[in-house]
Design a binder for this molecule. Structure first.
Ligand code: OGA
Ligand code: MN
Length: 305
């Protein structure tokens, strides 16, 4: 409502933008955003402050959120269009925008992807227009006997990794492109055993693509390393040995401890990562009867340059 200040002026408390409270993790990336309820519509100024914090910190998270799928989707849509995953069998029934990552089996059938993210990657980097970012909501988190959470996700800053590259490596990758392959990522060795065969239609939807080895972030203009262990198969224009050696060096480099933030999940966390400026890795250190159930929306993105 409208309130009258002692000086006689009018204020509009319901519309006054919140000053964001941001607590950086102290690692190369990541910040907690405090005191925001994502279940409620956000004013534009608060939304823009959240987007700016995300661009700056690359991974941001909000603890203690209580979100219906519609609210998760509504907040995600503030950032733009959402993707529908190629694996619709892994999506939440009735919500093609929500990709489920879980070890839970219901009626003899996995309710989502059971082995997502076991290799360093960014989401949809195998598409010609990779995802801009993903919003991950924790519904169930596994625990050790002492109560500490299991199933962490590790994030690596690709801006920090790029900045720290030796000059000769930067020169070697400058202007080069690399091949990313969904099929390579899909079929590679997995502890959980071989995955079920993709349909011809799923394969047709995911042809190999070439992307710059280092791309420019469309919002911050920072250079980001964009090859990943999960999906990158070779560097175009180099012979096989040179390409393999350079990729092995890059993959080793980007997971150095100084570029990492390891997130310990709590039920109710909504965490969003930037798929251009970061890569991530799941830690599969839990098993049933400990349940893990996470839900992801995936923002559409633009062609890398
Ligand atoms: C993903 C992913 C990692 C995890 O959903 O994109 O990689 O920790 N998840 O579940
Ligand atoms: Mn992922």
């Amino acid at each position: 409502g409208v309130a009258r200040t002692p000086g006689g002026g009018l204020t509009f408390p319901a519309m006054r933008p919140m000053k964001l409270s941001i607590r950086p993790t102290g690692a190369a990336l990541g910040a907690a955003i405090l005191a925001v309820d994502l279940a409620r519509p956000l004013d534009d100024e608060t939304f823009r402050a959240i987007e700016a914090a995300w661009h700056e910190h690359e991974v941001i998270f909000f603890r203690g959120q209580d979100l219906a799928p519609e609210q998760h989707i509504a907040f995600s849509r503030r950032f733009g269009a959402l993707e529908h995953h190629v694996r619709q069998d892994c999506c939440k029934p009735g919500y093609p925008e929500i990709f489920v990552v879980s070890n839970v089996i219901e009626n003899g059938r996995p309710i989502g992807s059971q082995d997502a993210g076991l290799f360093w990657h960014s989401d949809l980097c195998y598409k010609s227009e990779p995802s801009r970012g993903s919003l991950f909501y924790a519904r169930e988190v596994p625990h050790a006997d002492d109560g500490s959470p299991l199933g962490d996700t590790v994030f690596a800053s690709m801006t920090a990794a790029y900045r720290a590259l030796p000059e000769y490596v930067r020169r070697a990758i400058d202007g080069r492109k690399a091949v990313n392959s969904y099929l390579h990522g899909y079929y590679r060795d997995r502890k959980s055993g071989p995955r079920k065969e993709l349909t011809e239609e799923q394969k047709r939807k995911t042809p190999d693509v070439e992307h710059p080895v280092a791309r420019t972030h469309p919002a911050t203009r920072k250079k980001c390393l964009f090859t990943c262990e999960g999906y990158t198969t070779r560097i175009a224009g180099l012979d096989e040995t040179e390409s393999a050696a350079l990729l092995a060096g890059l993959f080793e480099h980007l997971k150095k401890p100084e570029f990492l933030y390891r997130h310990k999940w709590q039920v109710g966390d909504l965490l969003m990562w930037d798929n251009c400026s970061t890569q991530h890795l799941a830690i599969p250190d839990y098993a049933l009867p400990q349940r893990r159930r996470m839900e992801r929306t995936t923002l559409a993105g633009t062609a890398p340059y």
